[in-house]
Design a protein around this ligand. Structure first.
Ligand code: BTN
Length: 324
């Protein structure tokens, strides 16, 4: 649709662009561009216009829909992107789609989850219109033990996407929480299906949940002291469609670079790492013990010094930790 194409150009453009340039880029008349701008304004988009300069996107109603994501991602990539208003869990739905033949790179995005899943059997708070609940399908032909680094790579990808769209760069708390000022704004849950005959990976679903435009009062009592959002940390309300597009692009890059591009992702992970050098509590199998986090090893495991002064390497999946 012309309207979606005009919106996509305006959303990407940071300076004024003339109606003539827009009509040239998408191959429609100036009148069609004017009509599209009028229609967008009636839907709540604020688009400034100045004589001899053209149009400037100011703000939008922050819709996360097939239309807004598709306008940015492009028709071809949208063949493997499903955007829903609500679902129980995007990871659960994508797993069912993988079972029925969905291919690598299939994405499911929801505006709300009614049963969002977190790590270690916890739930993930997924209120309507505030965040992005996003799942990505990988079908690598490898053994399960090789896939443990994917969660850390994803953390790097999401930091890059957030930084590109908002200008704000969160830190990574080992292994895969994105945090700012000690509070969490994004969690990642990687779930794997194994082929029983071969022991090889059938599919991997990487689930990403991000608090984006939440205000403090949007968080329930049990998480209000530990959760934050991109808005609360950066003071900016960003477009969720734009962030969804940036995550798709980063995840596509991850899918084509993994595992050979390890050095680049490791270097980035170490740059964003906020755990090394901190006192932590290690939580595993119901036990909690204090330790000092030392550094990120080459395989993304965490080197710690335990209370007896001995070093240990912790791998993801087995433990989680709390920074003291
Ligand atoms: C965690 O921090 O414990 C991981 C949270 C992962 C949440 C995301 S939201 C999209 C995807 N679907 C789910 O049900 N969970 C993941």
């Amino acid at each position: 649709m012309t309207k979606d194409k005009v919106l996509a150009i305006l959303m990407r453009q940071k300076t004024y662009i003339s109606g003539e340039e827009i009509s040239r880029r998408i191959g429609v008349s100036r009148a069609a561009v004017n009509t599209a701008v009028k229609a967008l304004r009636s839907e709540g988009y604020e688009i400034d216009s100045v004589t001899n300069k053209g149009y400037l996107f100011v703000s939008g109603p922050d819709l996360l829909s097939e239309g807004t994501v598709g306008a940015l991602v492009g028709d071809e990539r949208m063949d493997r992107v499903l955007v829903l208003d609500t679902t129980d869990s995007t990871n659960k739905l994508l797993r069912e789609m993988a079972f029925h033949g969905a291919v690598q790179g299939q994405v499911v995005i929801a505006n709300e989850q009614t049963m969002g899943r977190g790590r270690m059997g916890r739930s993930f708070f997924s209120p309507k219109d505030k965040g992005i609940y996003f799942s990505y399908l990988l079908k690598p032909d490898t053994a399960p033990k090789d896939a443990v680094t994917l969660t850390a790579w994803t953390a790097v990808s999401v930091v890059r996407a957030i930084s590109k769209v908002s200008g704000f760069t969160p830190g990574i708390k080992w292994v895969n929480d994105l945090v700012s000022n000690g509070r969490k704004l994004c969690g990642i849950l990687t779930e794997m299906s194994i082929e029983s005959e071969t022991g090889r990976i059938d599919s991997i679903i990487i689930g990403i949940g991000i608090n984006i435009n939440n205000e403090s009062s949007d968080f329930s009592d049990d998480i209000k002291d530990i959760a934050t959002s991109i808005f609360l940390e950066s003071g900016k309300k960003i477009s969720r469609a734009e962030l969804a597009c940036a995550i798709i692009q980063e995840m596509d890059k991850l899918a084509s670079s993994w595992p050979d591009g390890r050095d680049e992702y490791l270097e980035a992970y170490r740059k964003y790492d906020i755990t090394s050098g901190r006192d932590v509590n290690i939580i595993s199998g119901g036990n909690i013990r204090p330790a000092k986090a030392i550094s990120i090893n080459d395989d993304f495991s965490l080197k710690i010094q335990n209370s007896e002064g001995k070093t240990e390497d912790l791998s993801s999946g087995e433990v989680s930790l709390r920074i003291i």
